[in-house]
Write a protein of this length. Structure first.
Length: 364
């Protein structure tokens, strides 16, 4: 098995690295989080110009036809730069679900997503359901009236349309609707790592058959595959965070002096940094295995993504905590990136199932 990235994939990584180094400013990011959109619309347009917004979509839908390996590369580099733009919410969760569906209007919607002119969010989580996404309380009655509430809807405040899970006559459905319909209310907040998130309620919202994307087993398969791909993506993002935590800590300890020498010379700190390096390399290995399984659509892909996510949930937070502690008081300063990596790792662990959830899922 060839585990090397091909030339095109290496060029993609180099392109993203150069963009993040030259165009993506951490301090501007912190200002953008406080803005109304909570992300930089100019950067989003640049993503579209680079072709990144159309990466995972099929060529039949007007996309580039890239798969989980290229998406993992993108998210790994995004993790290093702490990119805040809603790629996960708009492109991975909503866009790839539409792309794999047989929804009649998907090509037009994907074209708008690819150009950066539209945002769509996916509402799959509910407060009383935990990580059970296939038995929602949100429902449509016999008169096609929708009622219910979705929580943790990423980028919900910027979405023109929503894709949500619901039940009708004991049948699981994925439906799409406009956010400006009567009866739709959006309450937005920020997650610990600065992402825009919403709780969205539906009160007596009128729905018709044209809103339905998929039903029954088809809808469940679409959601499971989409959540699995998204879990792979944020795990790759975590790998990027872990690598940055290690290298930034190594650089800091070489420049910080105590007792007339760099603190990187102290053996106890060297041991801790070696542990950070090992955790990072092990996470990369699990990522490579998981993304190959997803690429091949194997029977074991869910199992390998769960193994990766479980490991990331524990080792990622551990590495970020070590980085913060080895930076001393500077590690918790809002003006330095290092503390923000820890916030990102906390958020990633909770999203789509924490470490314990995926450990149990892996053991089944």
């Amino acid at each position: 098995m060839n585990l090397d990235y091909n030339e095109e994939q290496n060029m993609l990584r180099e392109q993203i690295q150069k963009f993040c180094e030259s165009e993506y400013d951490f301090y501007k990011r912190e200002e953008v989080i406080k803005s109304d959109n909570h992300f930089d619309t100019d950067v989003w347009k640049l993503f579209a110009d680079q072709g990144w917004l159309s990466m995972p979509f099929s060529e039949e839908s007007g996309g580039l036809g890239f798969g989980p390996i290229e998406l993992s590369i993108l998210f790994e580099e995004f993790g290093k730069a702490l990119v805040i733009e809603p790629y996960l919410a708009t492109i991975v969760l909503s866009g790839t679900l539409l792309d794999k569906s047989s929804y009649s209007q998907k090509v037009d919607l994907i074209d708008k997503l690819s150009s950066g002119s539209m945002h769509i969010s996916l509402g799959y989580a509910e407060v009383d359901k935990g990580y059970d996404y296939l038995s929602p309380s949100t429902s449509i009655d016999s008169n096609n009236i929708l009622n219910g509430t979705k929580t943790l809807v990423l980028n919900g405040s910027n979405a023109e349309k929503l894709i949500i899970t619901c039940m009708k006559d004991n049948d699981f459905k994925l439906i799409i609707l406009n956010t400006d319909l009567d009866g739709v209310s959006v309450n937005s907040f920020l997650t610990v790592d600065g992402q825009s998130c919403s709780e969205i309620s539906f009160e007596n919202v009128q729905i018709d058959d044209s809103n339905v994307i998929a039903s029954g087993s088809e809808a469940k398969k679409l959601l499971n595959e989409t959540i699995n791909l998204a879990t792979l993506c944020i795990s790759a993002e975590a790998v990027g965070c872990m690598e940055s935590c290690y290298f930034k800590t190594l650089e800091y300890t070489k420049g910080r002096e105590q007792f007339g020498q760099p603190i990187s010379n102290f053996q106890v700190l060297q041991h801790r940094m070696v542990d950070m390096y090992i955790e990072s390399e092990l996470a990369k290995s699990l990522l490579i295995k998981a993304m190959l399984e997803v690429k091949n659509n194997s029977d074991q892909m869910y199992k390998h993504v769960s193994a990766l996510k479980s490991y990331i949930g524990k080792s990622g937070k551990l590495s970020a905590k070590e980085a913060v502690q080895l930076h001393g008081g500077m590690g918790v300063s809002e003006e330095m990136m290092i503390g923000h990596y820890l916030k990102k790792m906390i958020s990633i662990d909770a999203l789509f199932g924490n470490a314990d959830f995926h450990l149990k899922k892996f053991a089944r």
